[in-house]
Design a protein around this ligand. Structure first.
Ligand SMILES: [Zn+2]
Ligand SMILES: [Zn+2]
Length: 478
């Protein structure tokens, strides 16, 4: 029963009733150490004394040191033709196991695979040395859920290097990463078996198997180990890392540009078709990454072939209608941004309202003013450039030229209406439709024109305020 008495004693030592006593002097070093131990190493600055603690040595060995050994060893081990072909064939198979297996099958459930196909993908996937299916898919689902945020395990917002390899070779605070659901993967016996036997699977599939094939096949044990083993692994790892770095940095964004994923054929070429990443982040459960026939997506072609021979089924595909909607919306957004950069003339609601008498008086005073459809334009700087000559345009000064501009003398082009809008300086008072419209706009009722997504008015061809659909000239003919 010593606790209550000591609590009482401590409490009495502090006027605010604080009971956890932290001495300000004494064993300061030990205190600082305890405090730092609570802060995860990734949240501490890199110093000469702690840099080695920042490095994830196991991961660094697998993605940096072993590949370096491979490159050095290649100096003494000549590359033989059969070994080169075998390394490439196995590269393609283990790469496909990542893209079609780890990614599209297990991370996104974009299709269902038969047991033999899943065993093949899990085995070759282990040969790529990118972690177990369970670990890889968990991180990838988090990446999709929290793209570009601090919870994204390989957010490109932290830099291209970080998103490519930095997040692997440096220790990460597991609490900083977002969470996701992998219940389905925890129920998949192949996923669980591979996770439990991961290191053994890597040793066999990444190094022993390619070495034995080349050794027993054509007697090139060392070549098989160095080229089809170590260096092949290095190239697959770097190719996969490109999906996290390059595919979030290089290319177009045809579906949505609010996040970083991008489409580019170079990334697609490097990653067996995973480079259409803007599409993929929009439609992640689609078994395709490329939707056009001419785009390079061998992963999609293989999944489709597996379906034809009964190894895969339930291939998921978004309707073209949904895909086109996304594409059109993004095009609209780009169009709005482009429109905002152009001079469409002073908005009508910002123009002063001018009386007819003032308009006439100003014109007589030497201003080159012309009224068209109730809008007053100052054409002074344009007279010399008028394609129809000076005489005709001069004759309109100080007058209402609505009819002659809209067909009475010449039915002006769409471009002419656009150009005219940049010259407008006022709105004519007195019974004009434009003024009525302006008042309605001012009172904010029954506004019928269209605004774009950033609030700018859309001026469609043929709907300019100066355009009169029925030429007034027809009245003369009657
Ligand atoms: Zn991504
Ligand atoms: Zn994905």
């Amino acid at each position: 029963m010593s606790t209550p008495s000591s609590t009482t004693k401590d409490a009495s030592a502090f006027s605010d009733g604080t009971t956890d006593y932290v001495p300000l002097r004494g064993d300061t070093k030990a205190k600082v150490k305890t405090h730092q131990a609570k802060i995860h190493i990734s949240d501490q600055p890199v110093t000469w004394s702690n840099w080695h603690q920042h490095i994830n040595w196991l991961n660094s060995t697998l993605v940096v040191f072993i590949p370096l050994i491979g490159f050095v060893a290649a100096y003494w081990v000549p590359l033989r033709l059969y070994t080169g072909i075998w390394a490439f064939v196995y590269y393609f198979n283990s790469g496909l196991a990542i893209t079609a297996g780890y990614h599209r099958l297990w991370s996104h459930s974009a299709y269902k695979g038969s047991t033999p196909l899943k065993i093949y993908l899990a085995a070759c996937g282990a040969g790529a040395v990118e972690g177990s299916i369970r670990w890889w898919s968990y991180g990838h689902r988090v990446h999709h859920r929290y793209t570009d945020t601090d919870k994204d395990p390989y957010s490109v917002r932290k830099g291209l290097f970080y998103s490519h390899i930095g997040w692997i070779v440096f220790k990460q605070n597991p609490k900083a990463q977002g969470r996701t659901d992998i219940t389905d993967l925890n129920e998949d016996p192949i996923v669980l078996w591979q996770h439990k036997n991961y290191i053994k699977s890597v040793l066999v599939m990444a190094f022993a198997f390619p070495c034995v094939v080349a050794g027993l096949g054509w007697g090139d044990w060392w070549g098989g180990f160095v080229y089809a083993g170590i260096l092949r692994v290095c190239f697959i790892q770097q190719a996969t890392f490109c999906i996290n770095s390059l595919a979030h940095w290089l290319g177009d964004q045809p579906f949505d540009d609010r996040n970083s994923p991008r489409d580019h054929y170079i990334t697609a070429f490097v990653t067996l078709g995973e480079g259409y990443h803007n599409f993929h982040h929009e439609f992640p459960s689609d078994y395709r990454n490329a939707i056009e026939w001419y785009q390079y997506d061998p992963t999609k072609w293989f999944i489709w072939c597996w379906k034809q021979v009964g190894l895969a089924h339930d291939l998921k595909q978004f309707r073209a209608n949904e895909i086109e909607k996304g594409r059109v919306q993004q095009m609209q957004k780009k169009l709005d941004q482009k429109r905002a950069t152009l001079d469409w003339g002073i908005p009508l609601e910002q123009l002063p309202v001018i009386d007819w008498e003032d308009f006439v008086a100003d014109s007589k005073d030497g201003k080159a003013l012309v009224t068209i459809a109730g809008v007053i334009h100052d054409i002074g700087d344009f007279i010399k450039d008028h394609p129809g000559g000076k005489a005709l345009i001069n004759s309109a000064i100080g007058k209402d030229a609505t009819a002659i501009f809209n067909g009475g003398v010449y039915n002006h082009s769409n471009a002419a209406h656009n150009l005219l809008s940049t010259m407008r300086v006022g709105i004519l008072r007195g019974g004009c439709e434009v003024e009525v419209w302006k008042r309605a706009q001012f009172e904010n009722k029954d506004v019928t024109y269209m605004n774009d997504s950033v609030g700018h008015r859309i001026n469609r061809a043929g709907t300019q305020v100066t355009k009169i659909v029925q030429p007034v000239a027809s009245a003369d003919a009657a």
